[in-house]
Every structure is written in structure tokens, then in C-alpha cells.
Write a protein that binds this ligand. Structure first.
Ligand SMILES: Cc1ncc(C[n+]2csc(CCOP(=O)(O)OP(=O)(O)O)c2C)c(N)n1
Ligand code: SF4
Length: 350
């Protein structure tokens, strides 16, 4: 069940370049537990799309099943939406993206949805580099089905009622890097200052942008013994870099503070402005990114930030040389070019 928001609009509400207010990017009122990290991520998504002035009707939001997968109901109420089957969001996203490459695809998933039942689908959508933003709201448990440990729960950690986790956890960021993702980032639901520019950069990235957001489940997995709790994350968080996101339309040069900021240009020309901590490197090598993640883990730290970025990313459409035109805009002669073309094509494969 979802509740509708009041339709009142404050006449002085701030508008973006399209003339929309933040309200135009909201959805139904959340029915998640008060304090759930997922709601904070929803708010960061709304802020990012509003501030980037993306037309809501150009966005497709997709999800699987779980509390996290319910959240597309709570943002971008005027966008296209598809709530699929548990762990199957990537295949629906692939089909939609292949039919129309002009839209912005945002997939929302949970750690159960992605790291357990959907692991196979996750692996293939990452290696195909589908042009989408893939967010995992990672709480280390199956919130919707009453808090069972998920595959991202760290070995030895303990939820509110459970025994210590016996198995090694899956680090989705490391896995995404190994599978070929060109944009891999991690943040914390309670750190909007980091999360909003990170999401903006993910939206601008061409190819799959994977964003793992540790998002505490206050009802089932917020005990201090859990590495996905508010208290643990606050005490053990370490950032690779602080950064700001500069959209393409803005003057870039005036924003740089040389000596601190490292600009990285994304495919659409927009820039992520990384402000390195003194002892940190920009992570553009897979090997180094994985080593940094492992190093942080061995020191009991949660590494956040853009963990790996390949600005030369080539997405699924480019790799397959697909048509620029959405399939429903193609005419009969393009969809069915005739026997001669078919014969020539078959010949070219002999
Ligand atoms: C095919 C199938 N198997 C199992 C379930 C039961 N189920 C629903 S949500 C869920 C796990 C949700 O966990 P997660 O993806 O981490 O999301 P959260 O609720 O924690 O946000 C499970 C096992 C289901 N709906 N469908
Ligand atoms: S059960 Fe956990 S994940 Fe689900 S809404 Fe409540 S706090 Fe959030």
C-alpha cells in the first residue's frame, strides 16, 4: 500500500532549470520503518535528479523484490517504473534499455536481491556494461522477510537476534570491479554530502555505474555487533576522497582548487572533482582498487567513495553497434529490410 502526498505547491519553492520543483521528483509517502537507511537514499536520489534537471519522463526506474526494491514508489513519481521479480531486475533493465537507449535507467536492488537470488543476473548485466545506474541498498539482511542474514553480512558479525555469521561475505564492489564495471562506488545512507555528488556522477557515467550504499535496517540489523549498523559504520568509515560533481553545462575551470582537486572528465563531458586526502590515490587501476578495499577491510575500515573509475568506458550499445533510434520509432522497412539484405548478411557470416 502506498500513500499519496498532498498536491499543495509552495509558490516560492526553488525551481530547477526545467522549472520543476523538488516535489516533482518525489513519489508516494514511504511506508518503510522510521529510520530505515533506504529512505535517506531515496532522498539523495530525489535531490540528484532534481539538481541535475533531468526530465522525470526520461527516467526508467526498475527494481526486484525487498524493502529496497519498494523504494522506486517513493521517488520520481512521474517516471516510468517496473517492479520486477526477486533478483530479476537486470534482465528487465536490459530489455528496456535495448529497446530505447535515449532514457536514463536506474535500477534499485537489495543485497539479498543482488548477492543471493540475483547474483547471476548481476554478473551478466555488469559484464555487458549496460548503460544504467545500479544501486544496492545494502543492509546485510533480508529486511522484507524479517531480517535473515544476507550474503553481504560480514563473517563473525551478528544481527539483533542472530548467531554470528559463519560464512565469508560477498563484497559487491570488489565483485563488480572483477566483472568489468567501469564505475564502482560505495557510500553510506547517512552521508548525503558524499552520496548526492556520487549519484550525480553515476547518472552521468556511460555504461554501468555500480553504487553500493550501506543502509542500516533499523528493525532487524542495527545492533552494534553488525557491520551494517549505524554505529559501526560511523566508527569505521574511511573515504578514498571527498568530491564534488560539476555538470557539463557549468563553467568548470573556476571551480578547481589546484593542489587539492583532481578533475576527472566523464564521457558526457561532465567532471567529477576529486579532492584527494593527502595519502590517497585516484583509483583508476582495478588491481589497486581491489587492494585498497582489501587493505581497508584488514584494518576493520569501510572504504567509501568512487573506488574505481574508467573514463574510457564503452557501453553495451557501442559494443553491439545498435541503432540510435528507439525501436518503436523504426519503420517497417528498417525492421524488415527484405530478403536481399538478409541473404547478404548471412553471406557475411559464412
Ligand atoms: C523467488 C522469490 N524467492 C524469495 C522471495 C522472498 N523474499 C522477498 S524479499 C527477500 C529478500 C529481500 O532482501 P534484500 O534484497 O536484501 O532487501 P531488503 O528487504 O533488505 O531491502 C526474499 C528472500 C521472493 N519474494 N521471491
Ligand atoms: S525491515 Fe529493515 S529494511 Fe525493511 S523497511 Fe524496516 S528498517 Fe528498512
Amino acid at each position: 500500500m502506498s500513500y499519496k502526498r498532498p498536491t499543495f505547491r509552495h509558490p516560492a519553492a526553488q525551481k530547477n532549470k526545467l522549472g520543476y520543483t523538488r516535489k516533482d521528483y518525489e513519489g508516494a509517502i514511504s511506508t518503510l520503518c522510521a529510520g530505515c537507511g533506504h529512505d535517506s537514499i531515496v532522498s539523495a536520489i530525489i535531490t540528484s535528479f532534481f539538481e541535475m534537471s533531468i526530465e522525470p519522463h526520461r527516467v526508467v526506474k526498475l527494481s526486484g523484490i525487498g524493502c529496497s526494491s519498494k523504494t522506486p514508489a517513493y521517488f520520481l513519481g512521474k517516471s516510468h517504473g517496473f517492479n520486477s521479480v526477486h533478483g530479476r531486475m537486470p534482465s528487465v533493465a536490459t530489455g528496456a534499455n535495448m529497446a530505447n537507449r535515449e532514457l536514463v535507467y536506474l535500477g534499485v536492488s537489495g543485497d539479498g536481491d543482488t548477492a543471493s537470488i540475483g547474483l547471476g543476473q548481476f554478473a551478466h548485466v555488469v559484464r555487458r556494461n549496460l548503460n544504467m545506474i545500479y544501486i544496492v541498498m545494502n543492509n546485510g539482511c533480508y529486511g522484507l522477510t524479517k531480517g535473515q542474514d544476507s550474503a553481504t553480512a560480514d563473517k563473525g558479525s551478528r544481527s539483533r537476534k542472530g548467531a554470528p555469521v559463519s560464512f565469508e561475505s560477498i563484497d559487491l564492489c570488489e565483485l563488480a570491479i572483477q566483472l568489468g564495471a567501469d564505475f564502482v562506488a560505495r557510500s553510506f545512507s547517512g552521508d548525503k554530502k558524499q552520496l548526492v555528488p556520487m549519484l550525480k556522477a553515476a547518472i552521468s557515467h556511460k555504461g554501468l555505474a555500480f553504487v553500493d550504499v550501506v543502509s542500516p535496517c533499523v528493525t532487524f540489523n542495527n545492533a552494534p555487533t553488525s557491520t551494517k549498523s549505524y554505529s559501526w559504520v560511523r566508527d569505521h568509515m574511511e573515504a578514498t576522497a571527498t568530491f564534488d560533481f560539476i555538470p557539463l553545462q557549468q563553467e568548470i575551470t573556476t571551480d578547481y582548487d589546484h593542489g587539492c582537486n583532481i578533475p576527472i572528465t566523464l564521457h558526457d563531458g561532465s567532471v567529477i572533482n576529486l579532492c584527494k586526502r593527502e595519502d590517497k590515490e585516484v583509483l583508476s587501476s582495478k588491481k589497486e582498487a581491489i587492494a585498497a578495499l582489501e587493505q581497508a577491510k584488514s584494518e576493520d575500515q569501510l572504504l567509501t567513495g568512487i573506488l574505481y573509475l574508467n573514463p574510457e568506458s564503452e557501453d553495451f550499445h557501442e559494443i553491439n553497434n545498435t541503432t540510435q533510434t528507439p525501436l518503436n520509432d523504426l519503420g517497417e522497412s528498417e525492421l524488415c529490410p527484405g530478403n536481399d539484405v538478409l541473404q547478404a548478411f548471412n553471406e557475411s557470416l559464412r
